[in-house]
Design a binder for this molecule. Sequence first.
Ligand code: PLP
Length: 397
Amino acid sequence: MKKDLSAKLLHTGDAKYAKKIAGMVSSPETMPIYQTSVFAFNNIADVDAIYEKETDGYIYSRIASPNADAVSEILAAADGGEKALVFASGMAAITTAILSFVQSGDHIIASPVLYGGVQDFLANELPRFGIEATFADLLDGNISDYIKPNTKLVYTETICNPLMEVPDLETLAGNARENGLTLLVDNTFATPVVANPLSLGADAVLYSATKYLGGHSDIMAGAVISSAGIIERVRRLQVLYGGILSPHDCWLLARSLRTLDLRMKRHSENALETAKFLDAHPKIERVFYPGLASSPSHERAARQFEKGLFGGMLSVDLKGGEGAARRIIQAFETIFLVPSLAGTATTVSWSAKTSHRFYDREERLRSGITDGQLRFSIGLEDARDIIAELSAALEAV
Ligand code: PLP
């Protein structure tokens, strides 16, 4: 039958070609991007078989997609979990994970210093659903004072943002387990290269993959890694809330993960050298970095971070406070003010004005997040270049 041009444009290539490639003896060395929202079938029996889990196959990309499955496999392996899920952002991963475990009437125990968005969600959004949170110092892993009959969840970060405090996750996990509570750990600042919360007893690990896992400041993404049972529970909510990661961003994340180990080693080594330099500098009041022997978190970090790496993030209080912070930012040549972290280059952020902007000021100050405190994301440059730029900028303060 002779076809019109529009039919030719619509019915050639694409789906049929993809099928042809799948049947060939050679396959792509790297994962192709399956940029498709939906999958095509020849009969309804195959759709039934997938829904009934009688055969493998994809139906609709919000439910499952090849690139999401491929990158999830890397993430699960890296963290030592059975399964993983990827999300459109860290907040999508974290809020979906939390909501998978709690319902109206439940109570959550959380660290007092967390990523601002998560703190806001726990303190101001969850109460709308009848879920309350207590913010408590969890550093020594003790929770007995905060447990209520309706407590269900304990939430912390491996390296707490922005003071770089490290809780005793092993003790925390033991106490959570003893009391029948689920422990969720945001491992964004540490990554599986620095710390493995699952091996320390956490029930699930959460990430803003926008940060080190992505590592190049070019994608927004999130991840949850856990046992197959927990992931099934989180997956149900992910499908309903819809915060999935696009095939292209899954592909970019997978590509980034290939170099995570190398990058984190370099970030961590550079950060330790930079922290030592800043710690000895007369214009610096205080350095927050768990790799420094003087850090109150050093013993816990050294015990739990088996590779002796402490991550690429550090914060500083400058002598001269807010005014000094403004001046040093202007004096930098290549260290840009970037209200995020974990890109390839060294950047600086201002916690009180960005990530922790919406904290109550008094509460923020009580937690140790001062008005002029700067947070550095130490990059992949040669450490000597980072230190030279910091040294020159400090001269100008
Ligand atoms: N957790 C931590 C520790 C973060 O720093 C951030 C963002 O800065 C988030 C979670 C939220 O992730 P996203 O911005 O990818 O939604």
